[in-house]
Design a protein around this ligand. Structure first.
Ligand SMILES: C[S@@+](CC[C@H](N)C(=O)[O-])C[C@H]1O[C@@H](n2cnc3c(N)ncnc32)[C@H](O)[C@@H]1O
Length: 339
């Protein structure tokens, strides 16, 4: 089990037999090992897939919004990577708790849980650290009454992006890449005006949907499908498309797990860079698998940090890799599958 689940299990007496909301857990066996009436909210499709054999639909929710579970005894947030995602989740969890019920925060010390006091302060009092083990901490606060109801509109941001040929209204939520601005890599990819082939085009790791929105308008013969692992990204992409009057299909996928059929093109600012400079294993797996989703003559067009050694991997799996654009940080690559 994950370290965060182990520290929760060490305090099993706080949770056993209770009606609990568990938010952003890893896909491990905690809900099976610790007997309670678990209601899980995840925005990570891989966790949804991992837990769906243990929890039915009433107890497992994959969404950008927290399920409205009543009669809760307590709620637990597993600290997300992005602090603003923690704030977004807590703002939805706290109003579900009656005054006096505990709200817990658990997470790795290096993952920001040390900010627990600040994060929990708006929603409760008597904030205390209950345990510290396995590089993790478990914090508790006791819910106040009269916590303001959650309003999605307070968290949603809309920005207008101006391109030489069009303006796009981009909708985003906390922790959705790249919240409230256009990423420099995505911008470089969109500076490339070479047309995309007509037919189905996949926007892999769509985030708030900026690539598909701009490219769909430029390429009227393209029918876009957008996938992402993050429920908040999928919601934002759907909103961005509709704000900009672009028709496309949006659905969750972990990598290419739920992508079926072959595409005339796949475009992406892919998520493979973990910060470990030389780790290209996730990228390689993607270049290998995407060949199954490209039509003969289909194009893969991606942007990546220039230092990442993608061209030999792209050539090994797809075909000759051309640099369409570059600046001092990013490169836009294009490769065409054998015809
Ligand atoms: C670098 S961002 C690009 C977002 C958007 N296309 C843009 O250009 O602004 C990569 C995206 O990939 C998503 N992602 C990460 N891992 C994924 C996976 N295993 N399967 C699908 N999408 C994933 C992230 O949620 C994120 O939205």
């Amino acid at each position: 089990m994950d370290n965060t689940s182990q520290i929760l299990e060490r305090s099993a007496e706080l949770f056993a037999g209770k009606r609990l909301l568990l938010v952003n857990p890893p896909a491990d066996g905690l809900t099976g090992e610790l007997p309670a009436d678990w209601h899980v909210w995840t925005w990570d499709y891989s966790v949804q897939q991992g837990l769906s054999s243990r929890l039915d639909q009433q107890h497992l929710s994959f969404s950008h919004l927290c399920p409205q579970v009543d009669g809760l005894d307590a709620a637990i947030l597993v600290m997300p990577k992005a602090i603003e995602r923690a704030e977004y989740a807590l703002a939805q969890m706290a109003p579900l708790l009656k005054s006096g019920c505990p709200l817990y925060l658990v997470g790795e010390k290096k993952g920001g849980v040390t900010r627990a006091e600040k994060l929990l302060a708006p929603y409760g009092s008597a904030i205390e650290k209950l345990d510290s083990a396995r590089h993790c901490q478990l914090w508790r606060s006791i819910a106040h009454d009269q916590i303001a109801a959650f309003q999605l509109a307070d968290w949603q941001r809309s920005i207008r992006l101006e391109f030489p040929d069009q303006a796009v209204d981009l909708i985003s939520l906390p922790g959705v890449f790249s919240h409230g601005r256009l990423d420099e890599g995505s911008q470089l990819l969109l500076e490339e005006m070479a047309p995309l082939p007509s037919g189905k085009v996949l926007d892999f790791g769509c985030g708030a949907g900026v690539l598909a929105t701009v490219l769909a308008r430029r390429n009227p013969g393209a029918r876009f499908e957008l996938v992402d692992i993050d429920a908040l990204a999928l919601y934002c992409a759907t909103q961005t498309l509709s704000q900009n009057e672009v028709q496309a299909q949006v659905y969750p996928s972990n990598g290419l797990s739920d992508v079926h059929g072959r595409f005339a093109a796949v475009v992406s600012n892919p998520p493979f860079h973990t910060g470990i400079r030389h780790d290209t294993s996730i990228a390689e797996q993607f270049f290998n698998e995407v060949t199954r989703n490209l039509l003969p003559g289909g194009e893969l067009r991606i942007v990546a940090n220039g230092f990442l050694k993608y061209p030999p991997l792209i050539e090994a799996h797809i075909g000759k890799c051309r640099v369409l654009r570059e600046n001092n940080r990013f490169k836009v690559y294009s490769a065409v599958a054998p015809g």
